[in-house]
Write a protein of this length. Structure first.
Length: 135
C-alpha cells in the first residue's frame, strides 16, 4: 500500500559471492530493477577457551577466541564479551591478523560458575559460551 515490497533472499550454506536479482512489477511490467546482493561467508567461532577453566575467587585467566571461515577473512573483527559473574578486562576485542582475540577474566571474589559469552559483532547469531568454575 505504501509502494514498498519485501522479500527474502535465501542462500545455501555454501553461498558466497555476488547475486544479481531482477525485480519487476506485475502491474507495471516496464518497471524493472536489478539488485546486486553481496553474499559472504561469516566467520565462525571455532575456539573459545580459558587458559584455566578452574580458578579461585581471587584468580584470573586468559580467554581466547579464534575465528575461522572458508575465505580466511577473520582479521579485524570485533568480538563482544559478556559474563554473568566476575569481570572481564575488555567488553570488546578486535581479532588480530590470525583471527585471534585475547581477553582476561577475573573472578572478583565471586564463587560458582561464570558463564562467558563471545559474540561476533557482525552477527549476533555467531556466538559461543564457556563456563569457568570459581572455587
Amino acid at each position: 500500500n505504501e509502494g514498498r515490497a519485501t522479500g527474502t533472499f535465501i542462500g545455501g550454506e555454501t553461498a558466497v559471492g555476488v547475486a544479481s536479482l531482477n525485480v519487476s512489477m506485475e502491474r507495471f511490467p516496464s518497471v524493472k530493477e536489478t539488485i546486486i546482493v553481496y553474499v559472504y561467508d561469516l566467520p565462525q567461532i571455532s575456539q573459545f577457551a580459558a587458559q584455566n577453566p578452574f580458578i579461585n575467587p581471587v584468580g584470573d585467566t586468559e580467554i581466547l577466541v579464534v575465528l575461522s571461515d572458508s575465505a580466511n577473512q577473520t582479521a579485524n573483527k570485533k568480538i563482544i564479551f559478556t559474563t554473568n559473574k566476575g569481570l572481564l578486562l575488555h567488553d570488546t576485542v578486535m581479532t588480530n591478523e590470525q583471527g585471534r582475540a585475547v581477553n582476561y577474566f577475573f573472578a572478583n571474589n565471586e564463587v560458582g560458575s561464570a558463564v562467558l559469552r563471545a559474540t561476533l559483532e557482525l552477527c549476533s547469531g555467531v556466538n559461543r559460551e564457556l563456563t569457568i568454575t570459581i572455587e
